[in-house]
Design a protein around this ligand. Structure first.
Ligand code: DGY
Length: 330
């Protein structure tokens, strides 16, 4: 049996690449700073049996049509909005993702953004480094408390629930809204299920934890900001397009809401002249919520294991479109 050919769209932790190279002929896009250009991705996919893609690689019908041998697309992310899953399913291509391993790390980062935005940590850092600190002052860099505040979780999947667990340690009141009600977690964590409008009206912190779907695109826009408290802070570690970024800028600029902590943007990388970046009440990060050493390694190993299972005829542990697998078996 010839060894399968695999294209990896970015360098991954070496331990995962080693595991992959032991079982397949592997080509890797070596440039960290930019994703493979479309023509490179098309050319590489054309000869590949398996592809490890990132959230920066659009995997659509045209690419799949150009890749007749392709059996599996293993996404190095829990989110898979970069992949046209229906197109993959229609062509019998298995799609996998990396759920679970990044839950706690992303939840840590959501808390970090909440604390940094509320307590103005980035402003304080800039202020101190700039030599502006002249005296201890009762009114210097005041912000709202996080402890005992009300947190509204938009989405209560794995990551939303992990944030709720952390929020309990801060004695926060936690409300949530989701299309699926989780009475088990309500009982376990003392959460309140409310309609989205109520959540927006009542929360001091609104943290987004839904996947990006047609139904969640611009879920939070001008109408939703209009409901929020003027003291409220928005946190987004999910996907940028869930929030209408122009409306967010207006809400922040006009004091409609008090602040935002953002790891994700409508267009990534965010442009240096993006108006949001000029606002002091915004803390930003370059989509790094899952970026711990341990988690990125686990994600890479999981992506490799998913891919090798599919190429080996074993059911991949993290199937996004199980119907493709089940169809093959019948
Ligand atoms: C994901 O996995 O979807 C994140 O956005 C990157 O870790």
């Amino acid at each position: 049996m010839p060894r399968p050919r695999v294209y990896v769209a970015r360098r991954l932790p070496e331990v995962a690449l080693e595991r992959l190279r032991a079982a397949a002929d592997v080509a890797v896009w070596e440039t960290d700073e930019v994703p493979p250009p479309r023509e490179v991705l098309l050319r590489q996919a054309a000869g590949a049996d398996g592809l490890i893609s990132l959230l920066t690689d659009p995997i659509d019908g045209a690419l799949l049509d150009a890749a007749p041998r392709l059996r599996v697309v293993s996404n190095y992310a829990v989110g898979f909005d970069n992949i046209d899953v229906a197109a993959a399913t229609a062509r019998g291509v298995v799609v996998t993702n990396t759920p679970g391993v990044l839950t706690e790390t992303v939840a840590d980062f959501a808390m970090a953004l909440m604390l940094a935005t509320a307590r103005r940590l980035v402003e304080a850092d800039r202020y101190t480094r700039a030599g502006q600190w002249k005296s201890w002052m009762p009114m210097l860099l005041l912000g709202p408390d996080v402890h005992h505040a009300t947190l509204g979780l938009v989405g209560l999947g794995r990551i939303g629930a992990a944030v709720a667990r952390r929020a309990r340690g801060f004695a926060m009141t936690v409300l949530y809204h989701d299309v699926v009600r989780r009475e088990d977690l309500e009982a376990e964590l003392g959460l309140g299920y409310v309609p989205l409008e109520d959540l927006l009206r009542r929360a001091d912190f609104v943290s987004i934890h839904t996947p990006l779907l047609p139904e969640t695109r611009h879920l939070i826009g001008a109408a939703q900001f209009a409901l929020m408290k003027p003291t409220a802070i928005l946190i987004n570690t999910a996907r940028g397009p869930i929030v209408d970024q122009r409306a967010l800028y207006e809400a922040l600029r006009t004091g409609r809401i008090a602040g935002a902590g953002l790891d994700v943007f409508e267009i990534e990388p965010v442009a240096a002249d993006e108006p949001l970046l000029r606002l002091d009440n915004v803390v930003v990060a370059p989509h790094i919520a899952s970026a711990s050493v341990e988690t990125r390694t686990q994600m890479a190993l999981m992506a490799v294991d998913n891919l090798l299972a599919a190429l080996d005829g074993r059911r991949p542990p993290n199937l996004v479109n199980p119907e493709v697998w089940d169809r093959r078996r019948t």
